[in-house]
Design a protein around this ligand. Sequence first.
Ligand code: TH1
Length: 837
Amino acid sequence: SQPIDLRLPTPGCYADPIKAGIDADAVFDGMTEHLFFTLGKLATSASLRDLYMALSYAVRDRLMTRYLASQEAIRAKPHKTVAYFSAEFLIGPQLNNNLLNLGIQEEAEEAVKRFGIESLNDILEVEEEPGLGNGGLGRLAACYMESLASLQVPAIGYGIRYEFGIFNQIIRDGWQIEVTDKWLKGGWPWELPQPDESCFVGFGGRTENYIDDQGNYRSRWIPSEHAIGVPHDIPILGYRVNNCDRLRLWRADATESFDFYAFNIGDYYGAVEEKVASETISKVLYPNDGTDEGRRLRLKQQHFFVSCSLQDMIRSLETRNIPVEQFSENWTVQLNDTHPAIAVAELMRLLIDNHHFEWDQAWDITNRSVAYTNHTLLPEALEKWDLNLFKSLLPRHLELIYEINKRFLQQVRLRYPGNDLILRKLSIIDEEGSKAVRMAHLATIGAHNVNGVAALHSDLIKRQLMPEFADLWPEKFTNVTNGVTPRRWVALSNPELASLLDQEIGSNWITNMDLLTQLEEKENDSNFLDVFGATKLLGKRKLAGYIHRQTGILVDPSTLFDVQVKRIHQYKRQHLNALQIIAQYLRIKNGTAHSIAPRTVIFGGKAAPGYLMAKLMIRFINGIAEVVNADPDMDGKLRVVFLPDYNVKLGEQVYSATDLSEQISTAGKEASGTGNMKFAMNGALTIGTLDGANVEIRDRVGKENFFLFGKTESEIMKLRKNGYDPKQYIEKSPELSEAIRLIELGHFSNGDNELFRPLLNSLTGYDPFFVMADFDDYLLAQDRVSKAWQNHKEWNRMALLNTARSGFFSSDRSIREYCSSIWKVNPLEVEITCNIN
Ligand code: TH1
């Protein structure tokens, strides 16, 4: 391929990808210029935030050559591009990631010191993180964008620029309080608004039939309402390459900022009404992780970003003089769960109504382009839209969906003659009770590939969720086990481990995590194990300092750091962990705790604001923490911490400081998990069930280096079928009975024996997530943990093997699988020649 000569007087235009040719002088000069010209400040009066902004702009400047060259490369030569559609992108702080990927962390450190700043960390601390996601699904999208760029794959992420992301969490009197997330308040330097590339989106109204100039019968949609999508682009630079992909997030604007007619007749408030309504679309992220609320505004958000994105993709073909017929040769669309599944109908509408394709050709293009990732089997998470709501918002899409469904059901009829039950089961329209549109069915029918996110999960999709679909199209159903980017989750978040790895095996592990297996040679090297353990201790000291500053709790870094960070959910079973803590507390109180390891149990995570049981679980953990931490008998033995406001930035501190990773969901419920991978890479041992990717983690790190407990998915199914009674398990277990009695007495709620009643009723009544059934086995596994902790050398050896064998869980591996088996895309190396230096 031809190197691209941009002929731009752009700073940081360097063909050498390694150090990017940017020295500390260049960073310093860039900062000085931005302080002066962009921020209107003198270096002498600049605040830390000013310096953060100046450094960010200076670094952003150095991305631009690569960013523009990457776009130019596709313009010069058509190349299939990945369009990753996701309602969430949880990208985390940007500055340090860009410094790392450019290779100028040291240069930046030196430059900021010239401004009298002690450490780059002081500046990194200032960055606001855009919380544009709930949890694993949004973070996965961010890891995938980073891997795509690092693997030099042309890609664009499409999503929504929420003005308010996931709420900030405050803990008051043990309860979660939600506070609005104002991530944009001080200006966010990483986005580039492109108002010239705005798109129109319609809502509501009606459809009509008409005869066009050539005498063809056609349908069209006459919406009653419009919004404008304004793209805000975030450059995503790959690691030490010139490829810089793009994350394009749409902000909703009003079509007219005033209704001038209403304004003229004196209805001032009416005049701003439509503006307010349109701008509401991208106002706030729905804070539900794995539960569906079925709200009208949420469907509006989905159609808004999907329609803007597809229009943008078609326009990009047109501006490059590529016929729209060649859509699927130039684009591959990945639906991140069903949130963007309306894309199937919207692409059909654009092709048929706007570009006048025949049905069969439009369907062929749609089906060849679109693939769907399923992230959950939980029935409460599977999106279903009330038919009347759907019709009132998207009448033309509903017509198209009826036609898609009609043609699909005809296929089903041929395959299963006379089987009405199957027709009803597979139909896109749910006719049981009040009618609804099943988005997973639309996505599955419209896509050429449906994948789950871990081996077990993909298997359960075929066996439990959609057996008839899998029977109909066996080759459509595949697995791609999730992965996480080692740049953020090792190099950035665990610099101590990263430099140890560099020393021992060289620095290529960062783009080839399989090289970590070389560490296995060190498993019996006593000195090395000590050094490995010492790096962990450094992370734990830092986290201990943070815990003290945030919560006032003093924790001892030499104790076992036992961590469960993730959204709070009954299926994730934070309450199982909490009950285990009570059992340990009782053992210490009773003097029967002979060989338990001194522990610091750390929790973090947000509960959806409307999920009362999850909020009560937070209150429960804090109730236990209060009693345990105030009891002198627990000193040096047990501490309990709930870290408020768990987010990406806090995650970076936590994974590197953990000894024991809690992955204790009910088997069959956690589709994959990704935190489990981050912990293992950073040398934490896992205590966990055979659920999601835990299964594959255990297979790889070795069963002797993993604390397994709990019922399997098929055992859980059997229990459910045969009538599960949690009371039987409570009666059989003295420690569990005693723990429950103590809660009932109000021991963890200052004598209030009503506070935790709903939680107790659920656990002792029908226990939907089999907490009681797994308790005893969990406690036994925790005893094995305690025992293993006694022998530090042995623990470090097991931890090392976890790091050494977790290369598979790099998102580079996941993305390679998507590229070769689903997207059929190849890398496109971006070369740059420079007219400066
Ligand atoms: C999560 C899954 O629960 C988790 O197991 C998985 O590792 C992760 O996705 C990435 O694949 C999900 N998050 C959401 C969020 C919403 C709806 C469904 C899911 S499933 C809003």
